[in-house]
Design a protein around this ligand. Structure first.
Ligand code: ATR
Length: 284
């Protein structure tokens, strides 16, 4: 045989995103760009998986050598149950958006949503230490970001929710992460302190219906950043409305989406992709 014959190229490492529905996910585009930019030998596909087949299909994916998966609605809690072990931040979030097969064969569940939000807020130049933060919504999205936010040392965090009891419950659950220097409280929209906040984070699912939460106008001031965890190519219902109410700046969650993907990519491949160019591309 010719000594110069090169060794066969191994098949690419397999990754993907699971959700239901999943057709509109931007993750395959984002991760393919990351892989090309960092020269990783991998493929990333989308998997439309119904809740009742979630466990079996994931088992097959990993048994067949799959290396990692992103997980989106409605599977984030199921993924936390599926994982053999959880990182501390995934345990606190009670939800998993990234699964990876570790060298010992175990499937580890992580949650990069909070880290993605923090990275995007850093990009936007929002100081969180000593900040007054209002979080709207007390569902899974809020649970995923609370611990990383509290770690940044804000002065106050008020969680406001239609169902006040859910917000109060979250405030109790995260009291330890808040520590003694942060006042963490929860309540209904009618209990929101009528002062401008430095940061108003929108984490309800109301935008899907084109609606916004009923909160006092006084929370928006010229120095307020109103940030929607949901994203669109232009304003979301919340960011458009917040600007009208007097918020000095608004941002939507496209940046967070790209940053949580970069964090997942880093977990899998050990390299940090550049996020700026792809964010611009998605915005365009
Ligand atoms: P997610 O994982 O997206 O956070 P979720 O856990 O179902 O989804 O939470 C949805 C959030 O949107 C909750 O805060 C919910 O408020 P309730 O806890 O009172 O249900 C909020 N939400 C959904 N529909 C709403 C509506 N019509 N008005 C106000 N808040 C709403």
């Amino acid at each position: 045989m010719n000594a110069s014959t090169s060794a066969p190229v191994p098949p690419p490492d397999r990754y993907g995103v699971v959700g239901h529905p999943i057709a509109h996910s931007k993750s395959p585009f984002i991760h393919s760009r990351f892989a090309a930019a960092t020269r990783q030998h991998m493929v990333y596909e989308r998997y439309d998986i119904r809740p009742e087949e979630f466990e079996q299909r994931l088992r097959e994916f990993f048994d067949e050598g799959g290396c990692g998966l992103n997980v989106t609605l409605p599977h984030k809690e199921a993924a936390a149950r599926f994982a053999d072990r959880l990182t501390p931040r995934a345990r606190l979030a009670g939800a998993v958006n990234t699964l990876r097969r570790c060298s010992d064969g175990a499937i580890e569940g992580d949650n990069t949503d909070g880290a993605g939000l923090l990275a995007d807020l850093r990009r936007l130049g929002v100081p969180l230490a000593g900040a007054h933060i209002l979080v709207l919504g007390a569902g899974g999205a809020t649970r995923g970001i609370l611990a990383p936010l509290l770690e940044q040392g804000p002065a106050t965090v008020f969680i406001a929710n239609r169902t006040a009891a859910r917000a109060e419950q979250l405030a109790r659950e995260f009291a330890e992460q808040a520590g003694k220097h942060c006042t963490l409280r929860g309540g209904g929209f009618e209990h929101i302190p009528a002062d401008p906040a430095d940061l108003v984070l929108h984490a309800t699912s109301l935008g899907l219906e084109g609606k916004v939460p009923e909160i006092p106008r006084a929370v928006f001031g010229p120095a307020t950043l109103a940030y929607d965890l949901a994203y669109g190519t232009t304003d979301t219902p919340f960011t458009g409305w917040a600007r009208e109410q007097g918020a000095g700046r608004v941002a939507q969650g496209l940046g967070m989406l790209v940053e949580q993907a970069a964090e997942a990519f880093f977990l899998w491949r050990g390299v940090r992709p550049d996020t700026e160019s792809i964010r611009h591309e998605l915005q365009a």
